[in-house]
Write a protein that binds this ligand. Structure first.
Ligand SMILES: [Zn+2]
Length: 269
């Protein structure tokens, strides 16, 4: 993937501050600013990186320069919140921009011999000019699963969650493991129960910092809930009309919970 140097006024600029993205809010619409929006704003796009195309224009990502102050209509917004605002295609493109920006920043040197690595010209990777080692962007798969018991959903409060938020069970895939094996292991480790009938639901890039979330549904198969006490502090079965505070709709977690509410309504008597 070559860096393009002829940046046009209509090219999109994905400017990140941590995992916040600069967006342009106008007439009720939230969009990515183009080069033309950033004129006279003290931003040197020479250091930006090309990572894809959108509506026929090139997309560049760059970290917010320290002396950069956005003008009116431009706001930094957490990319996670934009999952509910952008359409899927744009959200995934922004995820790609953030993921690659962070990966290139953290992988300047060959991880084998320490030599300054070069961008590989024919694919998204770094290549070492000394030992030839090729380093591809790291993507860390994580499963996320909605476990159903009759008409109830398993929800857990993770120690990392702010306030009293509850969500479905999630965890990173380990080397040598299938996604389904990971579902079984994570549920067992975190809340002590067995699951069966594991079915694929959907997936989503989640570059915080480098994941892809693979969503599943599963059925309760046995055991009593016993929280691990480290990652999971509280867990239980919840009906659709008695849900605690849960993630919003844009994430796979939010989509799984929405799917549960739509498919397992309460008050069936
Ligand atoms: Zn090397």
């Amino acid at each position: 993937m070559q860096n393009k140097f002829n940046r046009g006024m209509e090219d999109y600029c994905f400017i990140f501050e941590g995992s916040k993205l600069l967006v342009k809010k106008m007439n009720g619409q939230t969009n990515i600013p183009v080069n033309g929006d950033l004129e006279n704003m003290n931003i040197n796009l020479a250091h930006s990186r090309y990572f894809g195309d959108l509506k026929g224009s090139a997309c560049y990502s760059i970290d917010k320069p320290t002396d950069f102050t956005p003008s009116v209509n431009l706001f930094f917004t957490d990319l996670r919140e934009l999952a509910c605002i952008f359409d899927e295609k744009l959200f995934h493109l922004a995820c790609r921009g953030l993921h690659l920006l962070r990966w290139f920043e953290n992988n300047r040197h060959c991880s084998k011999c320490g030599t300054l690595a070069e961008d590989k010209q024919d694919e998204v990777a770094k290549i070492c000019p000394k030992c030839g080692f090729i380093n591809y962007p790291r993507i860390s798969p994580a499963i996320i699963v909605a476990v159903i018991n009759k008409d109830k959903l398993l929800l857990a409060h993770n120690s990392r969650f702010v306030e009293k938020r509850y969500s479905v069970i999630a965890g990173f895939v380990e080397p040598g493991e299938t996604f389904e094996e990971c579902v079984v292991r994570e549920v067992k480790e975190e809340v002590g129960i067995e699951v069966k009938s594991i079915k694929y639901f959907s997936s989503q890039p989640w570059p915080f910092p480098d994941s892809v979330m693979i969503g599943f549904t599963a059925e309760y198969a046995g055991g009593e809930i016993k929280e691990d006490g480290i990652e999971i502090l509280d867990a239980g079965w919840y009906g659709a009309d008695e849900l605690p505070m849960t993630p919003s709709g844009g994430s796979v977690a939010g989509k799984l919970i929405k799917w549960f509410v739509e498919n397992y309504p309460q008050n069936k008597e």
